[in-house]
Design a protein around this ligand. Structure first.
Ligand code: NDP
Ligand code: HSE
Length: 437
């Protein structure tokens, strides 16, 4: 059979990885796809620059529109990143009746509803496995492998850069900025690394996971998001003293009143598998009513692992070229006319246990005042730890672990505690999830 031609937009970390994997495993890939896959054209901003992949077998251009307009390319692989230009190019490709593969989670999370609607109208596939969890095939697993389940909860480490930083700070005592620089050098970080740090990247991925797990539209602006920028080595140490690890989690939960979608640093008991996922590795815990807990683990970023997911999508699309568009796996797992309008819960309605870190002036009765405030709001205490004060301080660090409560009550408790004159600084609050993996 004639080879399938594809066009690639972007030959950076993921683009070059994709070229390398397509070339290295060409024989295996064509045996799986049923046809050879050849690159007709690729675009980069600077085609003269030397890169880590062999570009001699295809035309390399500066204009990404030339790729999208290429007469032979049946599949366009979007790996330039960003939102606006990528949206324009992908919609143009769809309009030209070309299938699309993308690793761009920002694009899917923010513009996915529009893109899938256009794809549906034009009878083409938009595949996005690499957008979540790097090389882990979590989209396919939830969309197809777990299609018989009612999914209740997803909790995952879904940003490789953030996990790499937290692991480096904890295990090697390194500074935040130094580990971030290494993640950038290794190609893990986003073009704008603040997306990795402030939780935006994880929120993009959680938006996608929640949509395919619960059959709801993509709603990126409804994800509650906190990053890892405020975490210190002391926080990590105090959590360790209590038997917990701090991980940056994306959590989507089905609650009786609606759906929680949140991204924030989280204490997890050390014995949980998720607590032991380190470095650039990602892991996603999915709870289905039939299957129970399942945990999906692998490299969350990097050239070859991400290319693994991109190439798997290319193979899937090639296999689907001759299928009837009406009978393909729906983009968001549920049929487009069956997406549910479920309430997305606000922060006040979240339910969680909490780790509180406060500095208290060292005098009798202060701790009693703090615990009374918690008791008045029906918040039970699980553990209290008073640490040695640093020699130059007149306050003592106090760590409190609470049982589960509604976030509204915790917010009220924190404002009352911070109003005490013996608590001179804001209280740090980190949510705790016990999980069951
Ligand atoms: P890079 O910055 O390494 O690569 C981007 C590539 O796109 C570069 O080759 C760049 O050209 C090219 N490019 C950018 N804008 C244009 C344009 N207007 N016209 C032509 N070419 C353009 O990014 P990554 O490979 O890291 O990421 C690509 C996508 O994959 C992003 O959406 C990212 O979020 C996603 N992703 C990344 C992962 C990773 O581990 N890095 C993992 C999973 C997803 P030039 O080289 O000449 O500058
Ligand atoms: N910057 C992202 C991360 C790339 O570190 O997880 C993978 O999506």
């Amino acid at each position: 059979m004639k080879p399938v031609s594809i066009g690639i937009l972007g030959l950076g970390t993921v683009g070059c990885g994709t070229v390398n994997v397509l070339m290295r495993n060409a024989n295996e890939i064509s045996r799986r796809a049923g046809r050879a896959i050849q690159i007709a054209m690729a675009a980069t901003r600077d085609p003269t620059r030397h890169r880590g992949c062999d570009t001699s077998a295809f035309e390399l251009v500066r204009d990404p529109h030339a790729v999208v307009e290429h007469a032979d390319a049946q599949v366009i692989v979007e790996l330039i990143g960003g939102e606006q230009e990528a949206r324009e190019l992908v919609l143009k490709a769809i309009g030209n009746r070309k299938h699309v593969v993308t690793a761009n989670k920002a694009l899917i999370a923010v513009h996915g509803n529009e893109i899938f609607e256009a794809a549906q109208r034009n009878g083409v596939v938009v595949a996005f496995e690499a957008a979540v969890g790097g090389g882990i095939s979590i989209i396919k697993t939830i969309r197809e492998g777990l299609a018989g389940n009612r999914i209740d909860q997803i909790a995952g480490i879904i940003n490789g850069t953030g996990n790499f930083i937290l692991t480096g700070m904890r295990d090697q005592g390194r500074e935040f900025d130094e580990v971030l620089e290494e993640a950038q050098r290794l190609g893990y970080a986003e073009a704008d690394p603040s997306f990795d740090i402030d939780g935006t990247d994880a929120a993009h991925k959680l938006t996608i996971l929640a949509a395919i797990a619960f059959g709801i539209p993509l709603q990126h602006d409804r994800v509650y998001t906190e990053g890892i920028g405020g975490l210190t080595r002391e926080d990590i140490g105090h959590a360790g003293d209590l038997g917990y690890q701090i991980k940056h989690l994306g959590i989507a939960k089905r609650m009786p009143e609606g759906i929680e979608m949140r991204v924030h640093p989280t204490l997890i008991p050390q014995r949980r598998l998720l607590a032991n996922v380190n470095g650039v590795m990602n892991a996603i815990l999915v709870n289905g009513d039939a299957v129970g807990p399942t945990l999906h683990y692998g490299a969350g970023a990097g050239s070859d692992p991400t290319a693994s997911a991109v190439v798997a999508d290319i193979v899937d699309v090639v296999r689907a070229l001759t299928t009837d568009p009406e009978n393909r796996v729906p983009h968001l797992a549920f049929q487009p006319d069956s997406l549910a309008d479920v309430k997305i819960l606000q922060q006040d309605d979240f339910e969680s246990a909490y780790f509180l870190s406060l500095n208290a002036i060292d005098r009798p009765g202060v701790l009693a005042d703090v615990t009374r405030i918690l008791a008045d709001l029906q918040i039970s205490i699980e553990a209290i730890l008073q640490k040695e004060p640093p020699s130059n301080e007149d306050t003592v660090p106090v760590i409190i672990l609470t049982q589960e409560t509604r976030e509204q009550y915790m917010n009220e408790a924190l404002s009352r505690i911070e109003a005490l004159d013996a608590i001179p600084r804001p209280v740090k609050r980190i949510r705790v999830e016990h999980l069951h993996d």
